[in-house]
Design a protein around this ligand. Structure first.
Ligand code: HDE
Length: 693
């Protein structure tokens, strides 16, 4: 017997064009079809009789299913998994000597911005903590059109010529026969391609470093990568490189943590960003410029057009020129984050390209890919992509034209005047390409000036602290251990020998590769004279604050209420947050009889999702938790990941250490009284206790 479904109990009480009605929850809009027809029943298909066939005339049912069937669009071929937010760019001081770009002309001038962060290789549904480059794409809605700085969190790239991009991405993504592994480079095809592409070695050092496992999207740098031009009102050009420096400071997780975060919370990065913005803790970056001229470019050791090279900050300092603040989450993920279309060709008067071959290739690819992804040439009409300044174009018609152009002319020149004749070019306001002189033979070759593939890779490696160098070695051992073909592992080690002998030996040892393969043939010998660049290390540039971070406090019944209040107060003063983890999400009864609701049940809130942990337990609570594997993992992971740990005396049982003199006890802070909370927070500013045994 078919059940009779309940009829809606809603009754329309207010006219307002029949648009709203009253429910138990208050006034709500009336559901309509896409044509605006009010819907009476959204539960039951129209059928003939109680148990009979569905009627084809049920236009509401058909429209609903039709729309659902077409809800997906192709995901981005790279950078499919992303997360975005709105904000603004604020200019510090007029830069008119450098550029005529409108957004840089006045102090304090604000330009609306939309920023999308992404991983590169993984599909849309992959985990946030993949070891991967992060995209850092900024759309600036200037008064002279949209300017997109489509950057990454790493200042160099794998390849020098856009011709190789499809090969690189094919090799990195899932292997074509089996469809896996996704969102990781730890497989044969990737390392096969890389080991046959010596120009990628500098990038390899960056991707095997902690840069590819950021703690959060808020704690990483961004780079425009290529050299660009800025052009002033007199038509004079200067070269620039773009840098985004996080005000929050840089921070990464360790690899073992990344693996576990992906399981505990695959949305860790997006949740973090969403939460920070919702709570008013707006992430902020400074835009910095490395400014240099032709003369510098000529005498610089490397080619400024080669995207596999940096200009060390010690040689050309980064000048801060403004700040980017993200202060609003999107209203709708699909409409904004998914449909936003970045194009490197979107530049504005005062900004120009250089001949970097990768940039030149990108200028074709981005516009082209949007056509496929968004379905037609009118993707610029989608609100997130439309300029916020007035615009008048003769490009009309096509699929999904959303605007209603007026006037008689859609061509130019025409003899119609005023509004009828449409917009006209404007040599004063309009974009002029920088008139660089170019001449040469048509040919396919790699410039000789691009041929040093190892020197800057070495410079990056020697610029890292010992802890960071160990992480690079470990990452290479991990990745190459997932490569089945021994010859590929060996080929990679042969490249490492051109970068740093100890690194090569360390990786070979980790792989039990013997004998050490001979060094790869190099087009140019590795320069040993490049000095370390401290700016390249994360740990040498740590913030002196725990602000924006999170403490995971493991609590039990009988936990000291005064201590928890002090902890929360100290964290708030520092700009940090406390999340409570307990055996049950329902919470715990504190020492003063008050009730504390938990944010997470212990298995859902492992210590890997926090920056530091506090164990505020009663003796009985500690004993009970010690019998629970997730509680034991909570503590042993925090210890292994070198986190600062505050603990009440009763929690010692859970720590599993012999006492305060135990070599593993460094960075452990007894929380005997409320006053200890402030000391704990001060220590947390170091983020990790790297010296703990
Ligand atoms: Fe991209 N890249 N890329 N890329 N890229 C795309 O455009 C491409 C490169 C970057 O959040 C695609 O809309 C080529 C470097 C970001 O929507 C595509 C080459 C850098 C994003 C494309 C590169 C980037 C993309 C895929 C080599 C850092 C995500 C979907 C010549 C400076 C933007 C799309 C977003 C996305 C092509 C190399 C950054 C296919 C051909 C170098 C942040 O057009």
């Amino acid at each position: 017997m078919a059940k009779k479904a309940a009829k809606s109990d809603r009754k329309t009480v207010k006219g307002n064009g029949g648009e709203t009605h009253q429910t138990a929850g208050g006034e709500v809009p009336t559901l309509t079809t896409k044509q605006g027809v009010p819907v009476a029943d959204d539960q039951n298909t129209l059928t003939v009789g109680e148990r009979g066939p569905a009627a084809l005339e049920d236009f509401h049912f058909r429209e609903k299913l039709f729309h659902f069937d077409h809800e997906r669009i192709p995901e981005r071929v790279v950078h499919a998994r992303g997360f975005a937010a709105h904000g603004y760019f604020e200019n510090y001081a007029p830069l008119d000597k450098l550029t005529r770009a409108g957004l840089f002309q006045k102090k304090g001038q604000r330009t609306p911005a939309f920023v999308r962060f992404s991983t590169v290789a993984g599909n849309k549904g992959s985990g946030d903590l993949a070891r991967d480059v992060r995209g850092f794409a900024v759309k600036l809605y200037t008064e002279e059109g949209n300017w997109d700085i489509v950057g990454n969190n790493i200042p160099v790239f794998f390849i020098q010529d856009a011709m190789k991009f499809p090969d690189l991405i094919h090799a990195a993504k899932q292997e074509p026969d089996r469809g896996f592994p996704q969102a990781q480079t730890a497989h044969d095809n990737f390392w096969d391609f890389i080991s046959l592409t010596p120009e990628s070695m500098h990038m390899v050092m960056w991707i095997m470093s902690d840069r590819t496992i950021p703690r959060s999207l808020r704690f990483m740098e961004g780079f425009g990568v290529h050299s660009f031009r800025m052009v002033n009102a007199k038509g004079e050009s200067t070269f620039v490189k773009f840098h985004w420096k996080p005000k929050q400071g840089m921070q990464s997780v360790v690899w073992n943590e990344a693996l576990k975060i992906n399981g505990a919370d695959p949305d860790f990065h997006r949740r973090d960003m969403w939460g920070a913005i919702e709570s008013g803790d707006y992430p902020e970056w400074e835009l910095g410029l490395q400014i240099f001229d032709e003369k510098f470019a000529e005498k610089f050791d490397f080619d400024v057009l080669d995207p596999t090279k940096i200009i060390p900050e010690e040689e050309v300092p980064v000048t801060p020129v403004g700040r980017l603040v993200l202060n609003r989450n999107v209203d709708n993920f699909f409409a904004e984050t998914e449909q936003v279309a970045f194009c490197t060709q979107n530049i504005v008067p005062g900004i120009d390209f250089t001949n970097d071959p990768l940039l030149q290739g990108r200028n074709f690819s981005y516009l082209d890919t949007q056509l496929k992804r968004l379905g037609g040439p009118n993707f610029t009409h989608i609100p997130i992509n439309a300029p916020k300044c007035p615009y008048h174009t003769l490009q009309q018609d096509g699929h999904m034209a959303m605007e209603n152009p007026k006037g008689r002319a859609n061509y130019e020149p025409n003899s119609w005047g005023g509004a009828e004749g449409g917009p006209r070019e404007n040599p004063q306001r309009g974009f002029h390409s920088y008139p660089a002189e170019e001449a040469g033979t048509k040919q396919r070759l790699r410039p000789e000036s691009f041929s040093d593939h190892y020197s800057q890779a070495r410079q990056f490696f020697i610029s890292q602290t010992e802890v960071e160098q160990d992480h690079i070695t470990d990452a290479l051992v991990f990745e190459l251990s997932k490569v089945d073909t021994v010859a590929i592992r060996a080929r990679m080690v042969s490249h490492l020998r051109n970068i740093d002998e100890d690194l090569a030996k360390g990786v070979a040892k980790g792989l039990r590769l013997s004998p050490l393969p001979r060094a790869a043939d190099a087009a140019r010998p590795t320069r040993q004279d490049l000095k370390a660049s401290p700016a390249l290390s994360i740990l040498l540039n740590q913030p002196e604050t725990f602000s924006g971070r999170k403490i995971g406090a493991l609590v039990s019944d009988g936990a000291d209420a005064a201590l928890l209040t002090a902890l929360e107060k100290a964290a708030k003063k520092e700009g940090a947050k406390v999340a409570y983890v307990a055996a049950s999400v329902g919470g715990v009864k504190l020492s003063d009889g008050s009730w504390l609701e938990a944010d997470e049940k212990i298995d859902g809130g492992p210590s890997v999702v926090f920056d530091a942990v506090a164990l505020v337990l009663s003796e009985k609570g500690a004993r009970e938790l010690a019998a629970m594997p997730p509680a034991r993992d909570f503590v042993s992971d925090a210890l292994a990941h070198k986190k600062f740990i505050g603990f009440t005396e009763e929690a010692v049982a859970l720590l599993g250490l012999s006492g305060p003199d135990d070599a593993g006890a460094e960075g452990l802070v007894p929380l005997d009284k409320a006053g200890d909370a402030a000391r704990f927070l001060t220590l947390c500013r170091h983020l990790r206790c790297w010296t703990r045994a």
